[in-house]
Design a binder for this molecule. Structure first.
Ligand code: GLU
Length: 300
């Protein structure tokens, strides 16, 4: 199998040390085995994505010594592909419109009849199902959010006699999970729930787009931070429903600040651009994130 991996930043702020680690690791792994390294700009959030951040991404990655093997894919050019994927789920009754606000969800999830504290999943509070049993229109609405009906999705996979849901982890999850990771229907129903596949303002979501695009770019190995380990089970369900092959996953450790907090976009203090301005070299950045200097295979 050809090794094809990608780095998929969102142009919503400066790249920081955490992004540098992810991109360098993916690039090194691809170069070490003669594979491909691709770039994808995840700009579905049109209000937060800015062309200047996209330019800065190309500039920072080039400075780090990274080269991508095809023109970058941009998610804002791919809305038709997401729409087609949603439609195929809609006609099978696997998604439904949801008009709940965050507040409605928080209130419903903590209502006394729900019992216990609201459960938190990969996307925050697990959706209590308020809109699930409302009558569904024949035509897929485009002006509301759409959620995956997880129970219906699992039934559909079961009736097609799909093999057990699982994925291969070659790195490790936050709890050291590695190897063949089994995904249980019980976890999907109770710890993940009916996740949003199309946001009202975007017509898609991170989960749907990432699955459709990893398949379109023929990604064989997804290399990304361990914070996305839990989201992978959603991605595997979507791959099965859409008839797409699952890549292997390699979740890596997260780069943290001195207080142990994961770096975020707002951590401008650790922006690559700032280190560059201070005269750091790409190998200095590698050292800061605990990597060896640039391997010969990554020099070109
Ligand atoms: N755009 C996502 C992020 O920046 C990419 C996640 C992924 O690699 O799947 O976190």
């Amino acid at each position: 199998m050809t090794f094809i991996t990608r780095f998929a930043p969102s142009p919503t702020g400066p790249l920081h040390l955490g992004h540098a680690y992810s991109a360098l690791l993916a690039h090194d792994m691809a170069r070490a085995c003669g594979g491909c390294f691709l770039l994808r700009i995840e700009d579905i959030d049109r209000t937060r994505s800015k062309p200047e951040w996209e330019r800065q991404i190309y500039d920072d990655l080039t400075w780090l010594g990274l080269r991508w093997d095809a023109p970058p894919m941009r998610q804002s050019d791919r809305l038709g592909a997401y729409d087609a994927a949603l439609e195929s789920l809609w006609v099978r009754g696997l998604v439904y419109p949801c008009t709940c606000t965050r507040r409605d969800i928080a209130e419903a999830a903590s209502a006394p009849q729900e019992g216990g504290d609201p459960v938190s999943g990969p996307d925050g509070v697990v959706y209590p199902g308020t809109c699930r049993n409302r009558p569904r229109p024949t035509k897929r609405p485009t002006d509301t959010a759409l959620r995956l009906d997880m129970a219906a999705a699992l039934n559909s996979l079961e009736s097609e006699q799909n093999p057990p849901l699982c994925f291969t982890e070659t790195g490790s999850g936050p709890q050291g999970e590695t190897g063949e990771i089994l995904i249980t229907p019980d976890d999907l129903l109770h710890l993940v729930g009916d996740v949003v596949l199309a946001r009202r303002d975007m017509g898609t979501s991170y989960h749907l787009s990432v699955v459709v695009d990893d398949a379109a770019q023929n990604i064989s190995h997804v290399i990304r931070g361990a914070d996305l380990f839990k989201a992978t089970q959603i991605h595997v369900v979507l791959q099965r429903l859409l008839g797409l092959a699952s890549p292997e996953y390699h979740h890596h450790r997260l780069i943290r600040d001195e207080a142990g907090k994961r770096l975020a976009k707002r951590d401008d203090a650790r922006a690559l651009a700032k280190y560059r301005a201070e005269g750091c070299t790409p190998d200095d950045i590698r050292a800061m994130v605990g990597m060896e200097p640039t391997p010969a295979s990554s020099l070109q």
